[in-house]
Design a protein around this ligand. Structure first.
Ligand code: ADP
Length: 592
């Protein structure tokens, strides 16, 4: 199929539009692909962060139990009023806290009241405060080592608490607790490419590399949950805020999240569950690289498609150009063919016209010949018919008067006239003869001899002579004896006719090879007549003297023999008729 330029551009635009649409449609899937890749990349720093957090938490886990072993604690718990022991314990706890970089180390009696604390010198100390509501306390009281995260409702800072029972023999007499500032655990995340967050079972963010996310719930908290938090005094209810996060899962561990109200609000979040702590730790990396990667890919695909389209366009345009050139060539060829056909038709028409003209001319020639013939025949026959009429009238008149002799004479004249008309009739028959009569080898010498014998009668009557030197050798030609004789007689008669007014009427007959010439010394043939003397019924002679058929018949006879008859004027005066004959093989029998 052939493309026009317009169709090619249409096609290219259609493909371009489809490509752009396909790009727009495939963009989200492509972006998701890169987000999943990013999620997988997040998994590595996330794992490291989880391990780091676990290690930090576990490092301090044995501390409360170790400190709880100190006998002075049991001593103080057994006698809380002993100021010396209290001062000793307070100071010991202060030093311990300083050594392990804890926010506080404090001792509670079994009612949950704080009786000694490392921060005993500071304002806002836990001293005197009751923590019986805290789960780390109740768990420790049950004999468990415990840990728990709370927002320090007293100190105003987020704390991570470890606790252990203080025992007096088999009896639990108090609880020792250590509080670490959670910020210490977060410090290791600084400088990472990703943001980190740790959420508890309520999806409450209590740790994060971003301070503005602290103590914010990533999903609306139910009333029951809020009530529970308020009971435990775990977090300050009045400060709990919603972090509006909408998440679309990418796979089991990853989501694409939008956090409204934060500067870079589009993230890929990869999470890991810390089942024993009932925490979830997440690494959040900005989604921009995935978006850019997707855009890049589309751009490259688009450029590639563009290049391919450009190549296709160039190719199709070239093809179209070639097709156009081909079409032009075809067109030119077709036009040439049409022109040739038209010219041929013109020529054929011209040829047909020519043929028609020729036919018309032939017809006209025939009519003219017929006209000439009619004229000649009417001359030839009218004269004898008129004579016959008068002779017959005469004969009747003489018979009426019984003048038999005169009547007989007139009837004889009628008979002669009839003979003459019979002769004319014979001429006409000859003219209308069958052209194909047999020819054969003839001895030219013999034919000329017989012809001269025929005209001798006329020569004797009118005067005149034949000048003829018979050839020394036998000359064999192709022809028919009587017909060739008729031709020669005719030529001699014409020559004598032409010399009618000449004093010396000599007809010269020459033989040269198989060519016979008959020459006279008459007036010759007028120039305008040369072309017509062989036409039937052409004559310059007076009516009754010639029919105009002699040369025409002679011409046809010689042609039948395979020879030619021609006429010309002799430079020395008079006319020369030349008969050229075909040589023939001699007939052996003729030799005597
Ligand atoms: P016809 O003798 O009956 O006229 P031909 O066909 O024999 O018919 O001759 C045609 C004409 O050719 C003559 O009328 C004459 O004009 C011309 N012609 C023939 N022979 C000669 C000749 N020897 N010299 C001059 N004219 C001739």
């Amino acid at each position: 199929m052939q493309f026009s330029r317009r169709r090619i551009f249409g096609l290219i635009i259609a493909i371009a539009v489809i490509t752009v649409m396909a790009g727009a449609l495939s963009f989200p899937a492509l972006e998701r692909h890169y987000m999943r890749q990013q999620a997988a990349q997040n998994a590595v720093p996330l794992k490291l962060a989880v391990e780091g957090l676990r290690a930090a938490l576990e490092r301090y886990a044995p501390l409360p139990a170790l400190i709880a072993e100190r006998s002075e604690l049991t001593e103080l718990l057994n006698d809380p009023g002993d100021q010396t022991v209290l001062a000793q314990v307070n100071e010991d706890l202060r030093q311990t806290a300083a050594t392990v970089k804890a926010s506080d180390v404090y001792l509670m009696d079994i009612s949950g009241r704080t009786i000694a604390a490392a921060t005993y010198l500071e304002s806002g100390s836990y001293l005197g405060r009751n923590f019986n509501y805290q789960s780390y306390f109740t768990q420790a009281l049950n004999g468990d080592l415990s840990s728990f995260s709370v927002y320090g409702t007293t100190s105003g800072e987020r704390g991570y608490f470890y606790a252990a029972p203080v025992e007096d023999g088999e009896r639990i007499v108090g609880v020792l607790a250590i509080k670490f500032n959670i910020a210490a655990f977060e410090s290791i995340w600084r400088g990472a490419d990703s943001e980190f967050m740790v959420t508890d079972r309520n999806d409450f963010v209590f740790m994060s590399s971003r301070p503005d996310w602290h103590f914010r719930a990533i999903r609306p908290l139910s009333d029951g949950t809020l009530r529970l938090i308020a009971q435990n005094l775990q977090y300050p209810i009045d400060r709990i805020d919603l972090l509006p996060m909408t998440a679309t899962p990418l796979n089991a561990d990853a989501q694409q999240v939008d956090i409204q109200g934060t500067p870079d609000e589009r993230f890929v979040r990869t999470s890991q569950r810390l089942t024993d702590l009932d925490w979830t730790m997440s690494a959040l990396s900005p989604r921009r690289p995935a978006t850019l990667n997707a855009l890049n890919t589309l751009l490259i695909a688009g450029l590639t498609a563009g290049l391919v389209l450009a190549a296709l366009l160039a190719y199709l345009l070239k093809q179209a150009g070639l097709a156009e050139a081909f079409a032009k060539e075809q067109d030119a060829k077709r036009r040439l063919e049409t022109a040739v056909t038209e010219r041929t038709a013109d020529l054929q028409t011209a040829l047909a016209d020519l043929k028609q003209t020729q036919t018309d001319l032939i017809q006209a020639g025939k009519l003219s010949a017929l006209g000439q013939m009619s004229a000649a025949l009417s001359h030839e026959f009218n004269q004898p018919l008129a004579a016959v009429k008068s002779y017959a009238d005469n004969a009747t008149a003489f018979l009426d008067r019984d003048r038999m002799s005169e009547a007989r004479d007139n009837i004889l004249r009628i008979s002669k006239m009839a003979d003459r008309m019979a002769t004319i009739s014979a001429h006409l028959r000859n003219f209308a003869r069958k052209p194909q009569q047999a020819t054969g080898p003839l001895l030219l010498n013999a034919v000329i001899h017989d012809a001269i014998a025929v005209v001798d009668v006329r020569l004797a009557a009118e005067g005149g002579a034949i000048a003829y030197n018979p050839p020394k050798t036998d000359i064999w030609i192709n022809g028919g004896h009587v017909r060739l004789q008729q031709v020669i007689v005719n030529l001699i008669n014409n020559a004598l006719d032409a010399m009618e007014d000449e004093p010396d009427r000599i007809v010269r007959i020459e033989v040269e090879g198989t060519t016979l010439r008959v020459r006279d010394t008459g007036s010759g043939i007028a120039d305008k007549q040369v072309a017509h003397i062989f036409d039937p019924f052409f004559t310059t002679k007076a009516p009754g003297k010639g029919l105009g058929l002699g040369l025409s018949i002679s011409y046809n006879i010689v042609s039948d023999f395979g020879g030619t008859l021609s006429a010309e004027n002799h430079p020395g005066g008079g006319a020369v008729f030349t008969v050229r004959l075909q040589p023939a093989k001699p007939i052996e029998v003729a030799a005597q």
